[in-house]
Write a protein that binds this ligand. Sequence first.
Ligand code: 5GP
Length: 210
Amino acid sequence: MIKQKKRGSLFVLSGPSGVGKNTLIDTVLKRNTDIVYSISATTRKPRIQEKDGVNYYFLSKERFEQMILENAFLEWAEFCDNYYGTPIAPIEKTLNKGIDVIMDIEIKGAKQVAQRWPDAVLIFLIPPSIDELARRIKNRRTETSEEIDARLAQSLVEMNVGRMYDYYLVHDNTEHTVLELEAIRLAESLKVKRTDWDLVIDSLKGDLNA
Ligand code: 5GP
């Protein structure tokens, strides 16, 4: 029997800066071809190796504010002096095709998604320890020391918000954490509320008549 999914599921991944959301998502996308990454828009400058339209849509402040006025975002927020937002059109299109979407957004945005999209699955990624988080941010060498301090301070605030999420994952070993994320996805796909039950019954009858 083919799974009778109503529509794709939206997975929202949040967690403190430096916890390794990108690494985790990259690994999930490599191992699973049936899930799509939501590319956010931001006003922050691209880091070396980041590409427009791949990692983010890098926009001017004016363009971003115009998109806010056009209601083009599912959610948006300010984070460390920059705007970040999720364009809504590609997400709706993908979910309506029955394909899952994963997004990496900070906590204020995740709250907005939870309100607008109650079916979204909220996953909070935490580091094995705060010391390890500080070490990872410093090793990344993409921020100035002031920016690192600001991000670490923000991380501690964010940790407290983890309690509003549906699931949490500890990012100790990427392979292991990806398996846990895939287990969440599998469990969510088996939820009756995400299933068109009439189609399940029809397909059972189909099996009988065959
Ligand atoms: P970074 O500058 O390190 O790429 O991202 C900074 C923070 O912005 C991260 O916590 C990331 O999850 C968040 N972020 C990335 N895209 C979005 C988005 O579209 N909306 C919101 N609200 N946060 C985002």
